[in-house]
Design a protein around this ligand. Structure first.
Ligand code: HAM
Length: 435
């Protein structure tokens, strides 16, 4: 007997129905924001990810050498491929680029709830627009994409952090420029590892700088818990040019929050400097959406990444975006009972009275299907009782009954399977029942 591989799912029809419902909401909301769909390849050159995605993802790659001797990897995320696709057309592309994609990603993750090795992810990104309006648009789209399921601010929040402010803070603490990214990855781990491991990681990150790891950690611990804009300002004891940069950034915080309020999503936003994000390419505001009921897991994450397109060898192009996984979203919908229409039910089940009317029944089924009505019927001769049972089992809304009497009168009987109400309808008018 064969089993599915750890972390991989198989989708039975009822699972596909749930998945399609989720994808449908994402697509509808993304389009309502003026985003167009794109699709990157599933398999890419290995370097695209080893150089661009950051340490954690590097250790999780599904990588191998293909038959042509190329080092390749299944995609763990879509952002580097997106940056390449947009970069390749950057000369002539209409800006801002507003693109979304839904597809499967692969990460060799440690088995844990909500984390799989193959998961679907919805990505939306804006490239070629550096103003805060783009950050706000992306954050609003993320929130509306969850609101589209009927989820409210009582069920999820968006925690908004800022790598830019962290850089200013670490600079003010004396961390040299080339050590800032390593220290930020320690900050990202702060709540996840033991104090001893943290000391060790910090010491390694600031090796050769002469800074004291425990003093730096102390400072970081105070900064990381800040969750309002006024405290951000007062956490800095600086002057001169650094002070100017801090003040400019704080003003941008206030502006971003005000745009988000205009977009109607202010109630979902919690400023939170504990969010720094694990991926290496982020440069500015970063954010994660978390469920506030149940396990409190991450539903989505993203941020600004202004250097990635250039790092791939194309022209300079600013970017901001997010990725949202299907696993935690589906779990949250289950938990809150907001699962939507979860089965692929037909609109009508055609009950075929006898073999002599089957040919007419098939003709009617075809004409209904061609006009967009979902129709099912029995593939072999069955009693009325069995056919009605089946109509119920597949969740049909109506039964259309065709027997010999109906055939000779040129009509069908139509039964509403919920109310039990029965009417009659001429063959020629059958489509009108579903208008
Ligand atoms: P990420 O934080 O690695 O960001 O992933 C975003 C979301 O994908 C997570 O919040 C989670 O919902 C889902 N996800 C990630 N890994 C797994 C997994 N192993 N199993 C199930 N779900 C998972 C990125 O991937 C960035 N590329 C997002 C982005 C787009 N940033 C800018 N544009």
């Amino acid at each position: 007997m064969f089993k599915t591989l750890p972390g991989f799912r198989e989708f039975y029809p009822e699972d596909c129905a749930k998945k399609n419902y989720i994808f449908g909401v994402w697509q509808k909301v993304a389009r309502s924001f003026g985003f167009s769909e794109f699709e990157p390849p599933v398999l890419e050159q290995l370097d695209l990810f080893t150089e661009k995605s950051g340490e954690e993802i590097k250790s999780q790659l599904f990588e191998f050498v293909d038959k042509g001797g190329r080092a390749v990897s299944l995609r763990p995320e879509m952002t580097p491929s997106l940056a390449r696709m947009v970069g390749a057309r950057a000369g002539g592309i209409r800006r801002p680029v507003k693109w979304f994609a839904i597809g499967e990603n692969y990460r060799y993750e440690r088995q844990q709830k909500g984390r799989l090795r193959a998961f679907f992810q919805y990505n939306a990104d804006i490239l070629g627009e550096e103003s805060l309006n783009a950050d706000a648009e992306i954050i609003a789209l993320l929130i509306e994409s969850l609101r589209g399921f009927g989820l409210t601010e009582n069920e999820f929040k968006l925690r908004l952090g800022d790598r830019n402010l962290w850089v200013l803070f670490l600079e003010s603490a004396g961390v040299p420029e080339d050590k800032i990214i390593p220290v930020l990855s320690v900050v990202d781990k702060l709540e996840k590892v033991s104090p001893e491991a943290l000391d060790e990681m910090t010491a390694k990150a600031i090796e050769g700088t002469g800074l004291d790891a425990s003093v730096l950690i102390e400072k970081i611990r105070k900064f990381i818990v800040i969750n309002d804009v006024d405290s951000m300002r007062s956490a800095f004891d600086v002057e001169g040019e650094l002070l100017e940069r801090v003040e400019k950034r704080i003003a941008q915080w206030r502006e971003l929050i005000s745009i988000l309020e205009s977009l109607g999503v202010g109630a979902f936003i919690s400023p939170d400097l504990g969010i720094v994000r694990g991926l290496a390419y982020y440069t500015g505001f970063v954010f994660e959406a978390f469920q506030t009921v149940g396990t409190g897991r991450a539903l989505a994450g993203g941020g600004r990444y202004d250097n990635l397109v250039k790092k791939l060898g194309y022209q300079d192009m600013s970017a901001v975006g997010f990725g949202m996984g299907d696993v935690t979203v589906a779990d949250l919908l289950e938990l809150t009972g907001k699962t939507g229409a979860l089965v692929d039910a037909p609109d009508a089940y055609l009950v075929i009275g006898s073999d002599s009317v089957r040919s007419k029944a098939l003709e009617l089924a075809t004409s209904l299907r061609r006009s967009g009505v979902k129709v099912d019927y029995p593939l072999k001769s069955q009693s009325f009782g069995k056919q009605f049972k089946q109509a119920d089992a597949v969740g049909a809304k109506k039964a259309i009954i065709l027997g010999e009497d109906e055939l000779s009168a040129g009509v069908v009987k139509v039964k509403d399977l919920k109310s039990g109400e029965e009417t009659q309808c001429a063959f020629a008018d059958i489509q009108k029942i579903f208008e």
